[in-house]
Design a protein. Structure first.
Length: 67
């Protein structure tokens, strides 16, 4: 049985949090979520499991690794 999401990459944010980029295997959708809150992060909206972006049209990897 296929997994519903494929992990494409992990990326560290400047605040120390770690995000993950997943692709839904059954449709062409990328989901970026916060996986781990950094120990010194002061952003209250950063918590594990928080979905940061759902993207159907653009390459979500560019959001994690611009330029």
């Amino acid at each position: 049985m296929n997994e519903p999401f494929e992990l494409l990459m992990l990326a560290a944010l400047p605040c120390g949090c770690v995000t993950a980029d997943y692709r839904a295997s059954s449709m062409d959708v990328d989901l970026i979520s916060l996986e781990v809150k950094g120990p010194h992060c002061t952003m209250p909206e950063h918590h594990a499991g928080h979905v940061l972006n759902i993207d159907e049209s653009r390459d979500a990897l560019s959001l994690l690794n611009p330029g």
